[in-house]
Ligand binder design. Structure first.
Ligand code: ZN
Length: 223
């Protein structure tokens, strides 16, 4: 589906701008309340993981999941790859080149801003840019916050009643619990590896009601 200028703006803001997200959450007493949390821009988070303490905007309080010490090499690799891809593509565009002339020290974020500004009105270029930025968002999110997968041991799938599934791992068929819940920055998804049935966030409570809830507690989900 062709992306609109607003689609591109929304995507670019995840990379470039701090956003405030909100959602309904239930506390231990079952009271539901609206909570908000700040999301740092993804490019700044990646920079902080790759080069800790060298943040450009001087804003502290980054919310990096996992241990920065163990992901820093991967973060550096990804930062360099994104920076290079941005330079290579943008340099081919005469108008962007003109804007960047004399600004060789422009940061990745500044360059991406110019890129969005220039390519936003042109449908074909907008599509191409959307694909590139969307790839970066996925790459950065999976590096900083890999989905946590919790296997629901001993729980039968309500769709196919299997408790185990045979899956291929490193070329060998191994037995594994059929049901698993993946919790990532983009949400929650339960899957049966025996029949392929899926329960996205909005129907996860239906699944939790009929299977052993312990696994859900491990996954941090309170049905
Ligand atoms: Zn199943």
């Amino acid at each position: 589906m062709p992306k609109t200028e607003q689609d591109l703006d929304r995507l670019a803001s995840r990379l470039l701008r701090e956003t405030i997200e909100g959602g309904m959450y239930r506390d231990n007493d079952g009271v539901e309340a609206w909570h908000t949390y700040r999301e740092q821009p993804l490019l700044a988070l990646l920079r902080e993981s790759a080069y800790p303490g060298m943040g450009s905007a001087g804003g502290g309080g980054s919310r990096t999941a996992g241990s920065p010490a163990t992901i820093s090499v991967e973060a550096v690799d990804l930062f360099i790859a994104i920076d290079r891809e941005a330079l290579d593509t943008m340099w081919l565009d005469e108008r962007i080149r003109a804007q960047l002339r004399g600004r060789l020290d422009a940061q990745l974020e500044d360059r991406v801003r110019i890129w969005v500004e220039q390519w936003r009105p042109d449908p074909a270029k907008r599509q191409q840019l959307w694909r590139t930025l969307s790839k970066w968002v996925t790459q950065i999110e999976s590096l900083l916050d890999p989905a946590k997968v919790v296997k629901l041991r001993g729980s039968a799938c309500p769709a196919c009643s299997n408790t185990v599934a045979m899956v291929e791992e490193c070329g060998e068929l191994v037995r594994t619990p059929a049901l698993a819940v993946a919790v990532g920055s983009t949400g929650v998804l339960a899957t049966c590896r025996a029949c392929g049935m899926q329960w996205p966030a909005e129907s996860i409570n239906d699944l939790a009601a009929v299977v052993n809830p312990e696994g859900f507690a491990v996954a941090g989900i309170r049905p």
